[in-house]
Design a protein around this ligand. Structure first.
Ligand code: NAI
Length: 300
């Protein structure tokens, strides 16, 4: 197949120090993958408490790798030694590449990129892990826009292999090539994506999720649908997967696209109603399923 044309002229840059903004589900997973690949990594969170939680998440990811026999305890300790967690945004100053993984809200991301515009080195590569938002909507004010790209990981980011390298109209080929090289070092498979609704993986999953929602409305339970899809060969059922990823991300996206949605299209409101009831999946202990002390119970 060969390299896509956009990469042929690109030369990857040397990257050794990474910063991840936001150490939630994705940021901590991305940091785990980066640390495991040998990168010195800083997670920047919005409070000291959240920074501590982020560190615990990374430590938990590495502890489960030890349990599964993937790494030794010595390797875990050496990996964790490369991690810094902080609520001080200025810690991004020495990063070669910065990955934004804060809430999927344009305003929150825009505020982060506004800060990066001055706090990051002018040549630092800036990447966003956004699931759905066109990166240029919150990066338009950042100097040197040729250093911006999407790096869209999938959850759990330290385990899932696919990374979408999203090219904006300005992204320099060297920046794209750096994304590909870094993903390879993290033992992931990178694919190039243009800007479109949901990029590649989530665009396909959107249709899958809609159909799963119709089945739910038509009377099947989440557990029945999940069970059938696992027997079909999927590693997880759709509702288990949505609960794990967090229902808030799809909800925010459906709100954004509401104005342009085809009114003739069947629209299942079940996922919206769950979020509006204050439940967003595993993080809140409630979603399509209830989660109690690590175990899961099907809703009636
Ligand atoms: P999350 O809610 O688990 O984590 C977001 C983190 O960002 C929180 O820990 C929060 O404290 C932190 N944060 C918020 N504002 C901040 C700021 N100004 N400075 C520093 N930290 C800040 O969310 P999650 O699921 O990790 O998603 C993050 C991003 O990754 C979103 O853009 C989402 O669309 C994307 N994504 C999510 C996937 C998933 O399966 N959950 C998969 C792929 C991408």
């Amino acid at each position: 197949v060969g390299k896509p044309a956009a990469l042929k002229s690109g030369t990857p840059r040397d990257i050794s120090r990474l910063a991840v903004i936001g150490g939630g589900l994705m940021g901590s997973g991305i940091a785990t993958a980066a640390l495991s690949a040998g990168y010195t990594t800083t997670i920047v969170e919005q409070s000291a408490e959240a920074a501590t939680t982020a560190r615990e998440r990374v430590a938990g990811n590495l502890a489960s790798a030890v349990k599964r026999g993937k790494i030794t305890e010595e390797a875990r300790d050496a990996t964790l030694d490369r991690l810094t967690t902080t609520d001080d945004f200025d810690a991004v100053a020495d990063a070669d590449l910065i990955i934004e993984a804060v809430f999927e809200e344009s305003d929150v991301k825009r505020a982060v990129f506004d800060k990066l515009a001055t706090a990051a080195r002018p040549d630092a590569i800036l990447a966003t892990n956004t699931s759905y938002i066109d990166p240029t909507t919150f990066t338009s004010q950042v100097p040197n826009p040729e250093r911006i790209m999407g790096l869209h990981f999938f959850s759990p980011a330290h385990i899932m292999r696919l990374v979408e390298v999203v090219r904006t109209p300005d992204t320099h080929p060297d920046v794209l090539a750096t994304g590909f090289t870094m993903a390879k070092k993290m033992r992931k498979v990178a694919v190039l994506s243009g800007i479109c609704d949901g990029f590649i993986g989530n665009r396909i999953l959107g249709a899958y999720g809609r159909m799963a929602g119709y089945l739910l409305e038509d009377g099947a339970s989440a557990a029945q649908i999940d069970g059938a899809m696992k027997d079909f060969g999927m590693p997880m059922g759709p509702f288990e997967m949505f609960d794990m990823a967090g229902l808030q991300i799809g909800y925010s996206n459906r709100k954004r696209e509401a104005a342009t949605r085809d009114p003739q299209m069947r629209y299942s409101r079940i996922a919206d109603l769950i979020v509006e009831d204050g439940a967003t999946g595993q993080k809140t202990g409630r979603g399509f399923y209830r989660y109690e002390q690590g175990s899961r119970a099907a809703l009636p």
